[in-house]
Ligand binder design. Structure first.
Ligand SMILES: Cc1cc2nc3c(=O)[nH]c(=O)nc-3n(C[C@H](O)[C@H](O)[C@H](O)COP(=O)(O)OP(=O)(O)OC[C@H]3O[C@@H](n4cnc5c(N)ncnc54)[C@H](O)[C@@H]3O)c2cc1C
Length: 44
């Protein structure tokens, strides 16, 4: 789940906790990671 070298970020249903194996979980995970990426870019 941890980004690699601040360049490769992981998202998807497999990281969606209790919503694992669902499309809803995949979407929420993707949105959360996208927010993380934007925050890291903004901090640079
Ligand atoms: C038969 C079946 C029925 C389902 N029914 C439901 C349902 O009714 N409701 C529900 O909520 N969920 C359902 N699911 C689960 C849902 O499909 C998944 O949870 C969801 O699609 C996961 O989305 P994701 O984006 O995390 O992963 P995926 O949809 O698996 O997307 C991963 C993508 O990465 C690509 N990829 C993989 N390796 C690489 C690589 N090395 N380089 C580049 N690309 C790569 C793959 O080709 C794929 O396009 C079902 C799943 C199956 C198999």
């Amino acid at each position: 789940m941890q980004p690699v070298a601040e360049k490769i970020f992981f998202a998807g249903e497999h990281l969606a906790g209790p919503l694992m194996q669902t499309c809803g979980g995949a979407r929420l995970s993707g949105e959360a990671v996208a927010r993380q990426v934007v925050a890291r870019l903004a901090a640079k």
